[in-house]
Design a protein around this ligand. Structure first.
Ligand code: ADP
Ligand code: MG
Ligand code: ZN
Length: 644
């Protein structure tokens, strides 16, 4: 059974809750008694309408009355058949403050008085003084205990680390696949904690701190959970952001508390997830001042604590981050997080292994080949693959299938790459035609470019947020480098859609903006990051700041305006030449473009062998090989303007 305890709230809050709780019950009882007792022991009286009371007074039947502000009790003297005189007591409720009442009573010679002060009232009086503060404290205690921290003022400095015992995370090393090197390193650490003597007799020191770095979703947190599951030692887990508080000094107190607990429970593992939240470089320009102060203090405390114990006390700190480059250098010096383990995106074999892990509990049909799926998913991290398997299973369930078939996986891959199908987005005829030619333009050029893989599918079914159509190109193998001609080819492929529009319609649509954006970005990186431009040479004009997070642009180095101009011109030239070659290819394959687009309009989707047969017919213009080699086209050749 998972025993996940939040140790900081164990001791304190239950007391407060009991205290508040029993008081509340006691008070409720007292209040209830105060009301119930008089009704039990007092006489039970008949309730009469007020109007009857008045008419009884006027008839002279009433001889005594006690007039309260919201209750009137009165006595009527009657004679029993035996001739005895008895007083009967009735009760009524005044309608409003009846100012005529005393006058009527006097006129009819009724003896009347106000009620004496309530006899049981002392409890009420007492309660009215004592109860409100007590109730307040009761509710306060209750809320605090629900919040999980006890009264905030008392426990702000307590660490919020959760302790997992062996197996309680439910994750084992077996559940982590495709990142074998990282796993092996961590297995060694677990082994050290289990058989420390094996290492210490040799005089070996196990690293105090291990830093897991890698892109998001590659299984860093999962690995840590697996360690918790495997190690027979206490495992403290906390996220870096949980140290950062509004009040300066609180985070530092948390760190202190965490390490105090860890040292008591050694050997043990402390896992700090998202370390960058707390370990950002102190020198860096920070946001607002207060936040930085708090982070610096917390970080300093962490550094101090890490120095404060011996390597072999058996406390091992593992941290994870996807932004190692922002970490304070002090964190990485020997004796702290000196060992870095890269948890990278899995290769093809790794992806297959991960798919196997996640498909364990999924019913797969005979035709499913996880190896092929792994081939089709380059760049997918573990989290993407887990998601993929789940999507495929959901699709199979939606179609009431007994097991998940390959088609479900293919559709799931497309969903993850291109987004959900949006058949509800209806395009008019011209738009549809534009999209069809645009996509075929991408496909024809993509098929001729080196290293970009096969064109698998063209579709004019809208998908995702913006895509009205899409072309899927699958690499045949994992690639870790891009050669310069492949980058040129990629830029030309991206411009293929727009070029087709230009050639077929003589005017362009807005649909190419995303392609143009990507092509320009790539051309810029060609110059500023990869140093591939002949003119500017192998000089880096960008400062790489993000190793593992994609989609962040890097800031430029300080450069002169002259160099900036040169970069701009160079980027433009690369894009222009790629555009030229794209136009040239499509010009050379005007008929193929026409034929394929018409068929695509009819069938909406072209894929597999049929598509490949079409694309294999493409003519290669003579200038292509020259351009691939140099990135230049013969400038005496006419560009589009004269083609039209
Ligand atoms: P990270 O912390 O690196 O961003 P996580 O460890 O949170 O990524 O991964 C998220 C999920 O993706 C995991 O819960 C798991 O289901 C799946 N996953 C990621 N990497 C792997 C892997 N190597 N093997 C198996 N599953 C993985
Ligand atoms: Mg994580
Ligand atoms: Zn496009």
């Amino acid at each position: 059974m998972p025993v996940e305890t939040n140790n900081s709230k164990q001791m304190k809050t239950p007391k407060i809750r009991q205290f508040g709780g029993s008081l509340l019950i006691f008070l409720t009882l007292l209040l209830a008694l105060n009301f119930i007792l008089p009704t039990f022991f007092g006489p039970s009286l008949t309730q009469v309408p007020y109007s009857d009371f008045i008419s009884q007074v006027q008839a002279g039947k009433v001889n005594k009355a006690i007039i309260g502000s919201d209750l009137i009790e009165y006595a009527i003297k009657t004679t029993t058949p035996q001739g005895q005189e008895v007083e009967q007591i009735f009760r009524t409720t005044p309608v409003a403050i009846d100012l005529d009442l005393p006058k009527i009573l006097r006129e009819n010679k009724v003896e009347f008085a106000a009620p004496p002060p309530a006899k049981n009232g002392w409890i009420g009086t007492l309660l009215s003084w004592v109860a409100p503060p007590l109730i307040f404290f009761g509710i306060w205690g209750f809320l605090m205990s629900r919040q999980g921290g006890g009264p905030a003022a008392l426990t702000v400095g307590k660490s919020k680390a959760r302790i997992y015992s062996e197996g309680s995370t439910g994750v084992k090393f077996l559940d982590v696949a495709g990142i074998d090197e990282a796993k092996a390193e961590l297995e060694e650490i677990v082994d050290f904690l289990k058989n420390a003597s094996k290492y210490t007799t040799l005089g070996a020191k196990i690293p105090k701190g291990v830093l897991l770095v890698g892109p998001p979703g590659t299984g860093k947190t999962l690995l840590a959970k697996a360690i918790a599951g495997e190690a027979g030692v206490p495992f403290f887990s906390i996220s870096g952001s949980e140290f950062i508080e509004l009040f300066v000094g609180v985070g530092a107190a948390r760190v202190r508390d965490l390490f105090e607990q860890a040292k008591q429970q050694a050997p043990c593992i402390v896992f700090i997830d998202e370390l960058d939240a707390l370990g950002k470089s102190r020198g860096g320009a920070g946001g607002f001042v207060g936040g930085n102060d708090e982070r610096e203090q917390t970080l300093n405390q962490l550094l101090t604590e890490m120095d404060g114990f011996d390597a072999n006390t058996g406390v091992i700190i593992i941290a994870a981050t996807n932004r190692p480059e922002v970490l304070d250098p002090a964190l990485r010096r020997p004796g702290r997080f000196d060992r870095q383990i890269v948890v990278d995106r899995p290769d093809k074999i790794g992806r297959e292994a991960i798919l196997n892990v996640h498909a364990r509990n999924v019913k797969l049909a005979e035709d499913v080949n996880l190896g092929i799926i792994a081939t089709k998913t380059p760049g997918f991290a573990g989290a993407d693959l887990a998601n993929l398997v789940n999507e495929a299973a959901l699709l199979a369930a939606r179609n009431n299938r007994q097991s998940v078939i390959m088609a479900d996986f293919n559709e799931a891959i497309e969903r993850l790459i291109a987004g959900l199908e949006k058949r509800s987005r209806v395009l008019n005829e011209l738009e549809k035609k534009t999209v069809a030619y645009h996509e075929v333009g991408h496909a024809i050029i993509g098929a001729l470019m080196p290293g970009s893989g096969k064109v698998e599918k063209i579709s004019v079914v809208p998908r995702g947020i913006g895509a009205l159509g899409y072309t899927i190109q699958m690499p045949e193998e994992d690639r870790f480098l891009m050669i310069e001609d492949e980058i040129r080819g990629r830029i030309a492929t991206l411009l293929g859609g727009r070029s087709a529009e230009e050639i077929v319609f003589g005017k362009v649509s807005t649909g190419a903006s995303d392609d143009i954006q990507k092509a320009t970005d790539l051309a810029e990186r060609y110059v500023t990051l990869y140093g591939m431009s002949d003119k500017l040479g192998p000089v880096a004009f960008e400062k790489v700041q993000q190793q593992f997070l994609e989609g962040y642009s890097n800031p430029r180095r300080a450069i002169s305006s002259q160099v900036a101009t040169e970069i701009d011109l160079e980027v433009k030239e690369i894009v222009d030449h790629a555009h030229h070659i794209a136009l040239s290819i499509l010009q050379n394959n005007r008929n193929l473009l026409e034929e394929t687009a018409q068929l695509l309009l009819q069938k909406e989707i072209l894929e597999g062998a049929e598509l490949r047969e079409f694309l294999s017919k493409a003519n290669v213009p003579t200038e292509l090989s020259q351009w691939l080699k140099t990135g230049k086209v013969d400038s005496s050749q006419p560009l589009l303007q004269s083609l039209l």
